[in-house]
Design a protein around this ligand. Sequence first.
Ligand code: C2E
Ligand code: CA
Ligand code: CA
Length: 699
Amino acid sequence: LSRFYETLNLGNGFVALLSTEGNILARGPLVPGLIGSTTANTARFGAKLRQPSGAISFRAPLTGVEYIASFRRLQDYPLIVEVGLDSDTAFRQYWSLRNRTMLTGVAVTLAIGLIGTLWLHQKQRSVASRRALTITLETISQGILMVDARGRVPVANRRALDLLELSDETSAVAGKRAASRATDLARRDAANSTHMLPMTGSEATVEPSLSSRFETIRGDGSIVEVRSHTLADGGFVHTYTDVTEQRTADAQVRYLAHHDVLTGLANRVKLQEYIEEFLDCSTTAQSLTAFLMIDLDGFKGINDTLGHAVGDDLLVVVARRLQALVREGDFVARLGGDEFVIVQSALDQPEDAARLAQRVLQQLADPVQLGRHRVRIGASIGIAFHPKDGQDGEALLKNADIALYCAKANGRGTFRTFDVEMTRAVNERRLLESGLRQALDNRELEVHFQPIFDCKSLQITGFEALARWRHPTRGYIPPDAFIGIAEDCGLINRLGRWVMEAACTVAASWQPPCRIAVNVSPLQLRDGGLQDDIAAILMRTGLPAELLEIEVTERVMADDNKLVMDTLDTLKTMGVHIVLDDFGTGYSSLSYLQRFSFDKIKIDKAFVQGQANDRGVRVILQSILGMCRKLDLPVVGEGVETQQQLMMLRSCHCNEVQGYLLGQPMPAESVETLLRRDVRERCQDGASPAAPIKFELAS
Ligand code: C2E
Ligand code: CA
Ligand code: CA
């Protein structure tokens, strides 16, 4: 049997036949000494006995080779067949496969480890950035909300929920409601094209059809700006910004740019816009529209003397009165300072504008109580009509301004309607205005002196200083033509001071000493500094205060101004005489006599001259003179041109007279001659009148 086994090619393997007692009966290949040997005492044999078949591994005791063998016990014989292969051969393929598998396993494990680490790292980073994003979303002042195509809300910050008025909802409900509310908004945005605002600047780079911006007003009135961006998958992203403050500020800025803060009226900018709008509108262009340019008379004086706060209050009252006067649809604006404009549209006839102007004048003439001050103010108005007087806002306002200028030049408190002739007159006045400034600089002004006489003795008692403008090309310009201009353009104080200084300087040198009367504008008195100016001038020139008279007109008394009264009181205390000039031309002359104790009054030449032909005037003149005599108030009659006028005044016990009959205004040099001659004449007979000195006013 062993020899048969030898023929089998078993490589490094073997086939053996064993008895159930463990003796090796046959084996191939044959190993000498093995046949007949027993395996009964080996562990391997124990296993064979116990099982009918199986596999074992063992080490050959002789060769030391490791074998794997499989055995089977024969059924009908007490024999065991065992076939074995040395382990190396049996496992060669296995080992190589195992090695390959293990290598692959290690490589795969390494790769997985690497990928895992990377993934973990990535995950950590994404968690961190997600956390950063969450913090960012929760801290920014804008609300952000993303709604995907299926209506879910993957991103929404608290601010978004706040602005969508969902902050009280639980997070699960809030998400759903936010989605539906945002979808609603998006739908409204799409439906209502007026919501869409044009994109500007960098935003314009986003495809416009995908992005839009609109505003929505919440229940509490706050304004939320929504920027919507449609996503490719059909969802959208909304950002919400509370722009209430911004819009309020914008509105405020817009309001301030278009309104006068003090009065709340429209300002110049708004007026321009209004005019442009109205001119663009062809239907209104056909109808008649009036532009009333209103300027307050004497506002500067009030502002300067009572302070800007009172001035401001006055402007507010004026604005209110104007507003109350106009119809709905008319437009009132304040151009600045004390200038107002009313645009009165859709007129039937020009007279309607005149009527409104009249009403404005009446309303503004009413005294205004401002704190403890009772202020009286007037106004002048210039009117221009569209389309007659101009086709654009600039021309219309300019022409209304020209008409206003004429109204002022015509004594204020009136209105004038523009006509082309006015432009020339206004240019002329403007020329004088700029000329007057230079005249003061270039010493083109002069003071002339008109003698005042004792009515009975006809001796000179004093002189009135009268300003003259010696114009380089036009000759002498009379004061009536430039005093008003000086008052309007703020030169009157400078001019007044100059006249005062010049008059006092000349008068201080007169021998024998004579009184000098200087005219003072109401504006100088309202300025508040007149008494100091006069005190300084008296000091400089050495003229005794008792020789100075200041002549004020009833205009001074018209507004019951405390500062004016205080100034007059101070001057009187200083010894300066206060004379009420042009008495009788105002309305309430008599009441003025009660309010201030004047040293003298001057009866206006209109009475002196008018009495000759008008009995009524004569009676008034006589009454005034009689009353003043009773009050012990000296009276000067001015404008005496005829013997009759002189006689009349004499018969009524007038104290002093002044007029061309006795002496015209003359330059300082002539005064000296006159005074010397007067003294000589007085020495001779003491009663003859000073011969009228012929002095022609060059103009
Ligand atoms: P007024 O104060 O009433 O001055 C008298 C004016 O009557 C003077 O005119 C004088 O020349 C004029 N006059 C005198 N006698 C007669 C006469 O017999 N017949 C006529 N028809 N007129 C006579 P004048 O110099 O043209 O001054 C006009 C006005 O200008 C003055 O009226 C006065 O209100 C104002 N004025 C003149 N100088 C000054 C000044 O320095 N300061 C101020 N604030 N006003 C002045
Ligand atoms: Ca006078
Ligand atoms: Ca006078």
